[in-house]
Design a protein around this ligand. Structure first.
Ligand SMILES: [Fe+2]
Ligand SMILES: [Fe+2]
Length: 356
């Protein structure tokens, strides 16, 4: 089903599993490329500017108002209208409904913690592997950003929501492939553009539905950092693929496509509901009609598709696959403007979302 990603894992001697969760700690070797580059002068001014911005935009988790009371029986997150109108949800008591909503959103926030953990490892690897000093300095600043993201989401889940869910196998598969793969540009594609794109889509989704001020303010701080991380990927890969032959570009396109398919359903897996005590079959139809799922997918592809165009991979084979997925129309979408409005706390404008 995912031949390219599976190949990366199998070549490293990994058994590939789909579905389920990862409970044990994972220790494995990865073939890392290390580059010492003695040219310390600025060779990429845009990158150096991003690094300057990163240094002045640092913030501390401890400074957030952690004494804010979060009442789990109140309306912390808006209920998906597709849930609210479904029979299975209406049969529940108010208390059960609130508990399910919290469990569902805690699962998402737990996956953020795990995704940030993967981003932390990938950013650290990039410090080693990127060829120029401007990118190394920037990657070091991102490594620290991701450390803070792990910390802030975990603290919210533990202290305010009172639970953490295990990492899904599908998310781990992609993070593991990115970690194992030694070619640095695959780490950028997988982590900076696909998983970061996914994170931004999921953060946007949650931010527009969250009524709780502590979570809203931490999410806006995280999003500001993530906007820089995506810019890092786009600047680093600028022109890189124009020098490659068709076979090399095709490998990247296959990797991107499979990562997109894997991530498209990541937050809405049947297992997530099963763990919350809801029969996944029962909820399938509800999710098919859900605005929230539709908005998430629109947000996801409105980040990924324009960024693939900017790095020069959106043609031929990949353009055909995206057309089949009915997401190619996002190619000229202004992803930066969406991010900007989120950071300012204005949320996503619904009319911009299209069915995906
Ligand atoms: Fe992050
Ligand atoms: Fe990030």
């Amino acid at each position: 089903m995912y031949p390219y990603l599976t190949g990366i894992l199998q070549r490293a001697g990994k058994q590939v599993q789909l579905g389920g969760v990862v409970k044990e700690n994972q220790v494995f070797d990865s073939a890392e490329t290390s580059v010492f580059n003695w040219d310390y002068a600025v060779t990429n001014p845009r990158m150096r500017q991003l690094y300057e911005r990163a240094k002045t935009a640092q913030w501390n988790t401890a400074d957030l108002p952690w004494d804010t009371a979060v009442d789990l029986e109140s309306n912390v997150f808006d209920i998906d209208p597709a849930w609210a109108s479904s029979d299975w949800f209406r049969k529940m008591s108010r208390k059960e409904q609130a508990r399910l909503s919290i469990a569902y959103n805690t699962n998402q926030i737990s996956q953020f913690v795990h995704g940030e953990h993967g981003a932390l490892l990938a950013a650290a690897q990039l410090v080693d592997a990127v060829p120029d000093i401007d990118s190394k300095l920037y990657a070091a600043s991102q490594t620290f950003d991701e450390a803070r993201h792990v910390e802030v989401f975990y603290r919210y889940a533990r202290d305010k929501l009172g639970a953490m869910y295990d990492c899904t196998q599908n998310l781990f598969n992609l993070m593991q492939a990115i970690t194992i793969e030694s070619r640095w540009d695959f780490k950028f594609l997988g982590m900076q553009l696909i998983i970061e794109g996914l994170a931004i889509a999921a953060f946007a989704n949650l931010l527009t539905r969250c009524n709780e001020p502590l979570f809203r303010s931490l999410m806006q701080l995280v999003l500001r950092d993530e906007a820089r991380h995506v810019a890092f990927g786009v600047i680093a890969l600028n022109d890189y693929y124009s020098r490659m032959n068709e076979a090399q570009r095709r490998e990247r396109q296959e990797f991107v496509y499979e990562a997109c398919v894997l991530m498209r359903g990541r937050l809405f897996s049947g297992e997530a509901y099963e763990r919350m005590g809801v029969n996944p079959e029962q909820i399938k139809e509800t999710m098919r009609q859900s605005d929230e799922v539709r908005d998430f997918r629109a947000n996801l592809f409105s980040q990924i598709v324009p960024n693939m165009r900017k790095v020069g991979l959106l043609d031929g084979w990949l353009a055909e696959r995206f057309a089949e997925m009915d997401v190619l129309h996002f190619k000229d979408y202004d992803a930066d403007a969406v991010l900007e409005s989120l950071i300012l706390g204005q949320g996503i404008k619904r009319e911009k979302s299209q069915a995906v």
